[in-house]
Ligand binder design. Sequence first.
Ligand SMILES: C[S@@+](CC[C@H](N)C(=O)[O-])C[C@H]1O[C@@H](n2cnc3c(N)ncnc32)[C@H](O)[C@@H]1O
Length: 390
Amino acid sequence: MATAGRLKLSSWRWCLRVVPQSRALAALVPGVTQVDNQSDFLGKKPHRQHPGVLHLPHVRLPPALANAAQILLLDSTVSDVEDKVQTLTNYLWSRHLPVEPEELQRRAMHLEKKFLENPDTPQTEKKLQAAVLHALRRTTYHWQELSYNEELSLVYMAARLDGGFAAVSRAFHEIQTRIPQFQPQTMMDFGSGTGSVTWAAHATWGQSLREYMCVDSSAAMLNLAEKLLKGGSESGKSYVPAVFFRQFLPVSPKVQFDVVVAAFALSELPSMADRTAVLHTLWRKTSHFLVLVENGTKAGHRLLMDARDLVLKGKEKSPLDPRPGFVFAPCPHELPCPQLMASQPLACSFSQGYHPIPFSWNMRRLQSQAEGTHLKSQHSAEPEAGVFQV
Ligand SMILES: C[S@@+](CC[C@H](N)C(=O)[O-])C[C@H]1O[C@@H](n2cnc3c(N)ncnc32)[C@H](O)[C@@H]1O
């Protein structure tokens, strides 16, 4: 029986482009040019058959990856995995962006003013400060950095490997469909985690890719990614050749990669300053496409819009590569996002179906769905993705 979960994927694939010849290529959706969008090119066909709608059927994990994940989970000593998967999933989907220091300061001053206006205000400076701090803690979202140790890495794999792979595959599919002649040779993945991006890149451009660079600050995650590539064991041959692991992002702009990816990774950084610094580095290291993927939540949408603006407004990519970029997908423009201009800003997201790894809880959930029982599905993820191109 074919089993399928649902997952939503962003409406944000952006391409930034400098080389005129490439821009012309990127503007083309097979069968349609941007100039003839007034003409009746659809004829009597329904809109869902618009050639610009780049469907990707339900994504299935490479069997070697799904098997390795199941082996690793079976071999692990982690208890209550299902509960931990649910807790992590809920946490990731309800996560907001960290509050910036300037905003904290603004709120603190506002609270202090309110306390001072109150006749019952604390008598001493020290007491006033304590009251402000207490109120601030009570009313401010407390963003927590996740420490991907061995257990959390495994739980993350169980929770997100299949959905993450599907989301990134969808973004790669768009590039491949619109520019079939693009044959990347090198790929760098920032915050590589389980290595799902490497697997998706290999599935898309395995013929041409000859180097995959995985960067992750967590040694446990890098270890897990390597084991997944080796079929769930420490030794053995890697399913994908030429994968290199690094704990630190190489900053030199001299070495560039054809495709640079950050999937669900920018949201792990503790401040806008950190995200800005990482984005600048990633962009400098991009020779063709920068692909950004985040959850399709308001926070994910906001974060990707900030990233888009940062890249578009950057004066110069790097002294070694001054080419500017442009949005490749999903937006057909580089104007402010209308979704964010609304009085109640909405998250913009896409949907991508995938076949979940047959972990016991996934099978139960699918069984319930098949029987018509309503269960809150963890596959209703709504990642956002952005693709930049230079
Ligand atoms: C949510 S996981 C995403 C993993 C992977 N990209 C995926 O899609 O499955 C985020 C990863 O970013 C890594 N990370 C967080 N901060 C980092 C940093 N400053 N440098 C490199 N990696 C970082 C974490 O260790 C974690 O593995």
